[in-house]
Design a protein around this ligand. Structure first.
Ligand code: SF4
Length: 187
């Protein structure tokens, strides 16, 4: 099966990639599509980290480089549940679309590893996008691999982000090592 994996970040994806690469029936490729990540400096750090991981594991990649600040500024407004739905849906939609265009059999997402994301909603949106594009959604509950993945990423020196991705999640994060960014253009 030719499988396209949406990759949100290296710390989430590394154990997923490691797991899927062990399946002889899967031919794996990755897609970095996360225009929700702001600011651009943070976007670049995560993208470069994913590129390093992809090289380590020898998986072909597609990258989406557009930095759609205005779109996300407006789309992600509101309460967390509403904005995360928009954010997941956009990423699953683009992944399913690319998978269909490039002749993959199925798609999935490294978002399915995180205990901090709405797993059931991501699964449901994956199934909806599969129907929309007439392609298979490959579902696997990767959550038991989450800690392992974080440890693997640390061991390999991949960038470990301190907030989910959007400017709102930056404000919500109280991580002591959060980088200092200014979102003066979006306030
Ligand atoms: S909190 Fe995370 S999943 Fe939710 S909208 Fe922001 S970046 Fe997307």
């Amino acid at each position: 099966m030719k499988l396209l994996l949406h990759i949100c970040c290296a710390p989430c994806a590394v154990a997923v990639v490691d797991n899927l690469k062990q399946n002889q029936d899967i031919e794996l490729s990755g897609f970095f599509y996360n225009p929700n990540i702001h600011p651009y400096e943070e976007f670049q750090k995560r993208k470069q980290s994913v590129a390093a991981m992809a090289e380590d594991y020898g998986i072909p990649m597609d990258y989406y480089d557009e930095f759609a600040l205005e779109y996300w500024k407006n789309s992600l407004k509101g309460d967390k549940a509403s904005r995360c739905r928009v954010c997941y849906a956009k990423r699953m939609d683009e992944t399913a679309k690319l998978a269909r265009e490039k002749g993959f059999d199925a798609f999935t997402s490294s978002l399915l590893i995180s205990p901090y994301q709405d797993h059931e909603l991501i699964k449901s949106l994956g199934e909806q996008m599969a129907q929309k594009y007439g392609i298979q959604f490959y579902y696997q509950d990767f959550r038991e691999l989450f800690r392992k993945s974080q440890n693997m990423a640390r061991g390999k020196g991949y960038y470990m982000q301190k907030f989910c991705g959007c400017m709102y999640s930056y404000d919500e994060s109280d991580h002591p090592k959060k980088p200092i960014y200014y979102f003066e253009t979006v306030k």
